[in-house]
Design a protein around this ligand. Structure first.
Ligand code: GLU
Length: 485
C-alpha cells in the first residue's frame, strides 16, 4: 500500500442523471472513479439519479449504459435507481425531523415568493429566516390536525463546514452563508442533496468524486451526514472541461456525447486515454497509455484543480497513436465488421484470410487516425476494379500515350516474375527505369494510380503484394486500355 492508499476497501460511484446522452464530462468522472476503484481494489458502483421524472428518460439511461459498456467501464453490483429509494429518502428526512436536526416549515409558497422578491428589491440574497417557522405547540398541533402541507428544513448549526478536498485541498464554508435548506418538499418529495446523501450512506460510499460544479452542495451534504450520524466520506471535485477557447464545453465545440465518438470510428482505449488526461496527469510527460497503464499510474495526487481543455485534434492524435500501436489482432476484430458494413468483404472471409487481412491493416493503419480512415483506404485491396480519382489521373497520367507505354512495360515485367515478392518486383522495375533513363517515380506514381486510383497509398510494393498478382496485372491492363481509350 502506498501512502495514499485508502484505509478501508473503497467504494466509489458514478451518479449520472439520465436527462440526455452520456456527456464526455460524465464519462471522464466515471473513468476517474473506475480507475480509483481498480487501483485500490475497491468497488465502482453506478447510480442512475432519475428522481426528476419530468426530465429522466429510459432512452438516456440506455445511452449511459451503452457508453459505459463501449468504454469498458463496467460496474460492480446491480445498478441503483435513485427513484426506487424515495421511501428511504423520506424516512431519513423524517428521522432528522424527529431528532430535532430539522423542522417543519408551513410557510406557504406565495409568502416565500413575496419575501424573496422583497429581498431582491433591497439587493439582498434571500435567506430563509428560521423564526418564520417558529410555532406555538398549539398552532403546530392545529396545523397538523388540519393536514396543512409543510416542507422539512434542515437546521443549519453555527460554525464552519470544511473538508480536505482530494483535489482542491481544504475547502471551508461559514455556516452562516448556508440557509436552512429544504430536505423534503411539501409534496413529500426529497430534494437532491437529501437523496444523494441517503443513497451514498446506504451504498457505503467512501469517496465521492464528481465535478467541481457540486462543490457548493458539499457543505450541505456533510451537514446531513453528521446529523444522520453517518461517517462522512472523502470528497474530490474534479475540474470542469472547457473547449479550446476557454469556454465551458458545449455543442459549439463539436460532439459532446460519448456515443458520437463511438460512431466516428474512435477506439474506446484512445477515448479513455484522452478522457483520463482531462484533469489528470501521470506525473511525467507520458501521454499515451493503455488501460492497465492508466490503472497503474492513476492517483488522486495527479488530479488538477484547474479546468481541463477538450481538444478534438488531440483526441484524433491520441486515436492515431493507439491505432498504430495496438495489437493487430485487436484492430482486426474492430475493423472486420466495418469492412463488412462497407460491403467490401465479410467477417467470415476476413477470418479465413486472417494473416492477409492483418497484413493489409498493417499497411493502412500507418496513414489513419480513425478506423473510418482505414476503411476509406481499403477498397483497392478488396474489390476487383478501382475507381480513378480524376485529380490523380490529371496529375500522374498527364501524357496518356507515354503513360500507357510505361504501364504496359510495367505489366510485362511484373508478369514475368517468378516470385510475387517485393524484392524482385523492385529490382525489375528499377531495371526498367534505368533502361528507359527515367526516375523510379515515373514508373511508381502512374502504377499507384493504376492499382489504387489514388496518388497516395502505402508503399507500392506492399500494395502489389497485398492486392495480389492476378488483380494487379488485370488493373494494369485495364489502365493501359483506359489510356489508349
Ligand atoms: N446526478 C449528479 C449529476 O449528474 C451527480 C451527483 C453526484 O455525483 O453527487 O451531476
Amino acid at each position: 500500500m502506498t501512502a495514499a492508499s485508502p484505509a478501508k476497501r473503497p467504494r466509489v460511484r458514478f451518479a449520472p442523471s439520465p436527462t440526455g446522452f452520456l456527456h464526455v464530462g460524465g464519462a471522464r468522472t466515471a473513468l476517474f472513479n473506475w480507475l480509483y476503484a481498480k487501483k485500490y481494489d475497491g468497488d465502482f458502483l453506478l447510480r442512475i439519479e432519475d428522481t426528476d421524472r419530468q426530465r429522466s428518460t429510459d432512452e438516456s439511461t440506455r445511452a449511459i449504459f451503452d457508453g459505459m459498456q463501449w468504454l469498458g467501464l463496467t460496474w460492480d453490483e446491480d445498478v441503483v435507481y435513485q427513484g426506487a429509494n424515495v421511501a428511504r429518502h423520506y424516512a431519513d428526512a423524517h428521522a432528522l425531523l424527529d431528532s430535532g436536526a430539522a423542522y417543519r416549515d408551513f410557510t406557504p409558497p406565495s409568502e416565500l415568493e413575496r419575501l424573496r422578491a422583497e429581498a431582491e428589491a433591497r439587493g439582498d440574497a434571500f435567506k430563509f429566516d428560521r423564526t418564520l417557522a417558529d410555532l406555538s405547540a398549539s398552532d403546530l398541533a392545529q396545523k397538523l390536525a388540519n393536514n396543512e402541507p409543510y416542507a422539512i428544513r434542515f437546521r443549519v448549526p453555527e460554525g464552519t463546514t470544511e473538508w480536505p478536498d482530494l483535489v482542491h485541498g481544504r475547502i471551508a464554508f461559514p455556516n452562516k452563508d448556508i440557509e436552512d435548506f429544504i430536505i423534503l418538499r411539501s409534496d413529500g418529495t426529497p430534494v437532491y442533496n437529501m437523496a444523494v446523501v441517503s443513497d451514498d450512506i446506504a451504498m457505503g460510499i467512501t469517496l465521492v468524486m464528481r465535478g467541481d460544479d457540486h462543490i457548493s452542495n458539499t457543505p450541505k451534504q456533510i451537514l446531513l451526514y453528521r446529523a444522520l450520524g453517518a461517517e462522512v466520506p472523502q470528497f474530490g471535485h474534479v475540474p470542469m472541461i472547457h473547449g479550446t477557447d476557454g469556454k465551458k464545453l458545449s455543442k459549439r465545440h463539436g460532439a459532446t456525447a460519448v456515443g458520437d465518438y463511438q460512431h466516428q470510428g474512435l477506439l474506446p482505449q484512445a477515448m479513455l486515454n484522452f478522457l483520463a488526461l482531462l484533469g489528470w496527469s501521470s506525473g511525467d510527460d507520458t501521454e499515451v497509455m493503455t488501460l492497465p497503464q492508466l490503472i497503474e499510474r492513476f492517483s488522486v495526487q495527479g488530479l488538477h484543480a484547474k479546468a481541463a481543455v477538450f481538444d478534438t485534434k488531440k483526441l484524433e492524435w491520441m486515436n492515431g497513436q493507439h491505432l498504430a500501436h495496438m495489437p493487430i489482432d485487436e484492430l482486426a476484430a474492430i475493423v472486420a465488421p466495418m469492412i463488412e458494413h462497407a460491403g467490401l468483404s465479410t467477417v467470415a472471409e476476413l477470418t479465413a484470410n486472417h494473416a492477409w487481412f492483418c497484413g493489409v491493416l498493417e499497411l493502412l493503419r500507418i496513414r489513419a487516425r480513425l478506423t473510418d480512415e482505414i476503411v476509406a483506404q481499403a477498397p483497392p485491396f478488396f474489390t476487383d476494379g478501382v475507381e480513378y480519382d480524376p485529380e490523380a489521373v490529371a496529375k500522374q497520367w498527364r501524357d496518356a500515350a507515354a503513360t500507357a507505354d510505361i504501364l504496359e512495360a510495367t505489366h510485362d515485367r511484373l508478369a514475368s516474375l517468378g516470385d510475387w515478392e517485393p524484392a524482385p518486383m523492385e529490382e525489375a522495375l528499377r531495371t526498367l527505369a534505368e533502361e528507359r533513363a527515367i526516375s523510379g517515380g515515373k514508373i511508381f506514381q502512374p502504377l499507384r494510380v493504376a492499382l489504387t486510383g489514388l496518388t497516395v497509398s502505402p508503399g507500392i510494393f506492399d500494395v502489389l503484394l497485398y492486392v495480389g498478382r492476378e488483380r494487379s496485372l488485370t488493373r494494369l491492363s485495364r489502365a493501359v486500355a483506359f489510356l489508349r481509350g
